[in-house]
Design a protein around this ligand. Structure first.
Ligand SMILES: [Zn+2]
Length: 211
């Protein structure tokens, strides 16, 4: 098999050369090119920020190549990007000793158009890294309009009461995962739903932070 691969790989690389996952520059091997990495690392954050009383850990400031990488993950369906970031994000959350990882749900229509949910994927990768179970506890009760298109006041109304929990929790420390946090409005309503369902504490984890 190894022999077969050594023959096969150069051929595959010739027909489908490995590209940078962010800017699609040709590379000698799969991954993210140096230029993109440099820009991404310039935006490193690491320290948590409090949103509506909830601690939220983020790896990067949202913008530049970080934004491109997240857009590739969302719209390009590139799982490799999630695989690159999830272990580092999990590392930030280790000190919090969580009991469970919960993805912040996308609207089902958006999962259908993309073919997968990047928050579920991130949650699964983080759960594996933290050795804790991943539970899809929250669901969206109704359609919400994309937050990016709304004013601050409209945003708050848009997501109020949008989330519910499928079952009761019993005091767990929950890590709630999303790709980007901006105003924290959506996060706040989802985290509140978890507390109402019996979570002991809710801590946020996102790849990037817009504010
Ligand atoms: Zn690149």
């Amino acid at each position: 098999m190894k022999f077969l691969r050594s023959l096969w790989e150069p051929l595959v690389n010739f027909v489908f050369p490995p590209l940078c996952r962010v800017c699609e520059e040709r590379l000698s091997e799969e991954g993210i090119c140096e230029v993109c990495w440099e820009d991404i690392l310039k935006n490193l954050l690491l320290e948590p920020k409090t949103f509506y009383g909830f601690r939220v850990y983020s790896l990067f400031r949202y913008g530049g190549k970080v934004r491109e990488a997240i857009e590739q993950m969302k719209y390009g369906g590139i799982r490799a990007i999630a695989e690159v970031f999830a272990p580092s994000l999990a590392e930030l959350l280790k000190e919090e000793s969580p009991d469970v990882v919960v993805p912040l749900p996308l609207h089902p229509a958006r999962v259908r158009e993309r073919g997968f949910s990047q928050t579920v994927l991130l949650a699964k990768l983080m759960g594996r890294e933290l050795s804790v179970p991943v539970k899809k506890v929250i669901f969206r009760r109704r359609y919400t309009r994309p937050q990016a298109l709304l004013s601050a006041d409209e945003r708050s109304k848009n997501v109020a009461g949008a989330f519910s929990c499928l079952y009761r929790l019993s005091g767990e420390r929950v890590v709630l995962v999303d790709d980007v946090i901006t105003t924290g409005n959506t996060f706040y309503h989802a985290a509140s739903a978890l507390l109402s369902a019996g979570a002991g504490e809710v801590i946020g984890a996102t790849i990037a932070r817009g504010a």
